[in-house]
Design a protein around this ligand. Structure first.
Ligand code: ZN
Length: 66
């Protein structure tokens, strides 16, 4: 049963680093996107930064938010 699996996952904090899958920058705690000096360790969650969103997916980029 999968129900028992939940007990092994810490629920205190989710430390995933959000990385843009287009430009490989990572989002800092202050919300800025920066190129990391090293590949981030630990959990990496892939997403898309605002710049690449506007570049590659302008149709879903928030209007007027540049
Ligand atoms: Zn990007």
């Amino acid at each position: 049963m999968l129900g028992t699996l939940d007990a092994t996952i810490p629920t205190t904090r989710w430390d995933a680093v959000l990385m843009c899958c287009y430009c490989r920058r990572v989002r800092t705690s202050s919300g800025m996107w920066q190129t990391p000096d090293l590949e981030p360790e630990g959990r990496v969650s892939h997403g898309i930064c605002r710049t690449c969103l506007a570049t590659y997916h302008p149709e879903i980029s928030p209007p007027g938010d540049s």
